[in-house]
Design a protein around this ligand. Structure first.
Ligand SMILES: C[S@@+](CC[C@H](N)C(=O)[O-])C[C@H]1O[C@@H](n2cnc3c(N)ncnc32)[C@H](O)[C@@H]1O
Length: 213
C-alpha cells in the first residue's frame, strides 16, 4: 500500500471508539440525537464527502454508490442531491429514521457482512466509520472483521470500481496493519491519502481501493 509522502503521528487524546467497545454503546440516547441534529457536523461530514468524491473521480453521474456506515445520512443526502443513486447502510437502526435518510430506505446491517449480490455497486464510500471496526492491531476479532469487510467490499463492487473510506486511525501502525490485511487477503490495489498531514486538527486520512478487472 502506498502513502503520499512522509507521515508519522500518534493521537494521545482518547477517542470514543477507544472508550466504548461497541459503536452502539456510544451512539445512543442524547449523543445519537445530538449528532443527528448537528448542523455543524452535517457541514463537516459533507465537506469530507466532497473531498471523497474528488478522490473517487467517478465518471458516471448515475453511478450506484453504497454509503457504508451512513449514520443519519449526511453523505447519502448530499450524494443523492447531486444526482447519484444511493444505498445507505448502518448498524444502528435509530440513525436511519432521521432527516431524509428514511426516504432512501436505508439498510440496517453490519457493513462487514453486507447483504448484497456480487458486482452490485459502482463505488463504495464510507465516512468516519472504519475506526469503529478496526482500532487495535492485536485484537483477533477486529482483524477477522476487517478481513471480512474488505473481502465483502471486493465482492459487491463491479469490476473496475473503487472504494473510498475516510477514517480516524490512532497512529501509523494501525494504517500499516490495515494495508497488510488488504494486500494479503484481497486483490484490491490501494493507497492512503493524507490531507494536511502535519496538522493534528486538519489532518484527514483517506483509503482509496481499486478493484481492477
Ligand atoms: C461517526 S458516525 C459517521 C456517520 C456518517 N458516515 C457521517 O458521516 O455522519 C460512524 C457510523 O459508523 C457506523 N458503523 C460503525 N461500525 C459499523 C459497522 N460494522 N457496520 C455498519 N455501520 C457501522 C455507526 O453506526 C455510525 O453511524
Amino acid at each position: 500500500m502506498k502513502l503520499n509522502g512522509e507521515y508519522d503521528f500518534n493521537i494521545k487524546k482518547k477517542r470514543p471508539e477507544e472508550e466504548y467497545e461497541k459503536v452502539s454503546d456510544y451512539f445512543k440516547g442524547k449523543i445519537l440525537t445530538q449528532y443527528a441534529h448537528s448542523k455543524s457536523m452535517m457541514r463537516i461530514q459533507q465537506k469530507i464527502t466532497k473531498r471523497a468524491l474528488e478522490l473517487l473521480s467517478l465518471k458516471n453521474r448515475n453511478a450506484l454508490i453504497l454509503d457504508a456506515g451512513c449514520g443519519p445520512g449526511f453523505a447519502s443526502i448530499y450524494l443523492k442531491e447531486i444526482g447519484y443513486k444511493i444505498v445507505a447502510l448502518d448498524l444502528i437502526s435509530e440513525f436511519l429514521s432521521f432527516y431524509e435518510i428514511k426516504d432512501l430506505n436505508p439498510i440496517n446491517s453490519d457493513m462487514c457482512f453486507p447483504p448484497f449480490r456480487p458486482s452490485t455497486f459502482d463505488a463504495i464510500i464510507s465516512i468516519s466509520a472504519l475506526q469503529w471496526i478496526f482500532r487495535d492491531d492485536n485484537n483477533k476479532l477486529m482483524i477477522s472483521m476487517l478481513k471480512s469487510l474488505f473481502q465483502a467490499f471486493f465482492q459487491i463492487l463491479k469490476p473496475t470500481s473503487r472504494v473510498l473510506m475516510q477514517f480516524y486511525p490512532k497512529n501509523k501502525e494501525i494504517m500499516e496493519k490495515i494495508g497488510k490485511i488488504i494486500t494479503n487477503h484481497t486483490e484490491f490495489h490501494g493507497q492512503f491519502i493524507i490531507d494536511n498531514p502535519n496538522s493534528q486538527k486538519k489532518r484527514k486520512i483517506f483509503l482509496l481501493l481499486n478493484k481492477k478487472s
